[in-house]
Design a protein around this ligand. Structure first.
Ligand SMILES: C[S@@+](CC[C@H](N)C(=O)[O-])C[C@H]1O[C@@H](n2cnc3c(N)ncnc32)[C@H](O)[C@@H]1O
Length: 274
């Protein structure tokens, strides 16, 4: 897919997904976010950049970890996500975070300004993951670290058929390279290509719980990256897509709901001190 089109699909798709996102994914993403926070080891007083911050699930944890004296700049391509996260920050009275709409591949930020750069479940959506890591490398101080979490291998993610099911009902692929970063050591290689050293990776096998057909369908279609395409389906197309998706996850039925396998890959690298 042409990069500009991919960015548009992502930007406006996540605008649509924002209101369903936490109900769909908050619990399911927690193991990856916990591991990311552990590997980032954020300390009081540090300045942190977050790319693809979404509704702020990791942002608010990072903001707390760097207090007192630290600050988080949290960025995302989607206005809907940035607005939702900003409202939540106000509600929670968190004043050491600045939210700004920004493409992870083109950061409007100065060189060598951050101690750490974090990105949770974002890189799969960027047209050029290495470019986003080069940008993070540029804005990190020497000795600063990057930590990024992505979904793992396709065959280890039981919900993966959502992409071909939606793709065959629209003109182009929604997320062409979704599983690329989480396959083999691609994520590490991307970090290396961007200049990072001392790279370490952890793979996590998880189970995603959904209590009913309805919740599983909502998470897959409305709360994630296919939301833009899905909104354009007529009722009959939606129904057909739901049935096909439920059939694809039918092997994971448990207690009236679903226990779907998933895998996360979390990698950490360091910007060398010349
Ligand atoms: C699965 S959400 C992750 C949100 C958050 N990091 C979390 O862990 O809950 C993916 C996010 O990536 C953002 N995104 C997609 N493409 C992007 C890009 N090129 N630059 C910045 N953010 C992007 C989307 O808008 C969306 O908010």
């Amino acid at each position: 897919m042409e990069p500009r089109l991919q960015r548009r699909v992502q930007r406006y798709g996540w605008d649509k997904a924002a209101e369903y996102y936490e109900a769909s994914w908050k619990e399911q993403l927690r193991p990856a976010q916990d591991k990311l926070m552990e590997m980032a080891g954020l300390k009081p007083g540090e300045n942190v950049l977050e790319t693809a911050c979404g509704t702020g699930l990791i942002t608010f944890r990072a903001a707390k970890a760097v207090q007192p004296g630290g600050h988080v700049v949290a960025t995302d391509l989607s206005d809907g996500m940035i607005q939702m996260a900003g409202k939540e920050a106000k509600k929670q009275n968190i004043d050491n975070v600045h939210f700004q709409r920004m493409d992870a591949e083109d950061l409007d930020l100065g060189n060598e300004s951050f101690n750490a750069a974090i990105c949770g479940l974002g890189v799969m959506y960027f047209p050029d993951p290495v470019q986003s890591m080069k940008e993070q490398f540029r804005v990190l101080k020497p000795g600063g670290r990057i930590v990024s979490a992505v979904w793992g291998e396709r065959k280890k993610c039981g919900w993966a058929d959502i992409f071909p099911i939606v793709d065959k009902r629209v003109a182009s692929e929604v997320c062409p390279m979704f599983f690329q970063q989480g396959t083999g050591n691609t994520h590490e290689i991307s970090m290396k290509e961007a200049g990072f050293t001392d790279i370490e990776t952890e793979r996590l096998s998880v189970k995603l719980y959904y209590p009913s057909d309805e919740v599983a369908v909502m998470a897959a279609f409305a709360g994630g990256p296919v939301a833009l395409a899905y909104r354009k389906f007529d009722e009959e197309t939606k129904q057909g897509a739901h049935e096909e998706y439920l059939e694809s996850i039918s092997g994971y039925q448990k207690n009236g709901g679903y226990e779907i396998p998933g895998e996360f890959v979390v990698s950490r690298g360091v910007k060398p001190i010349d």
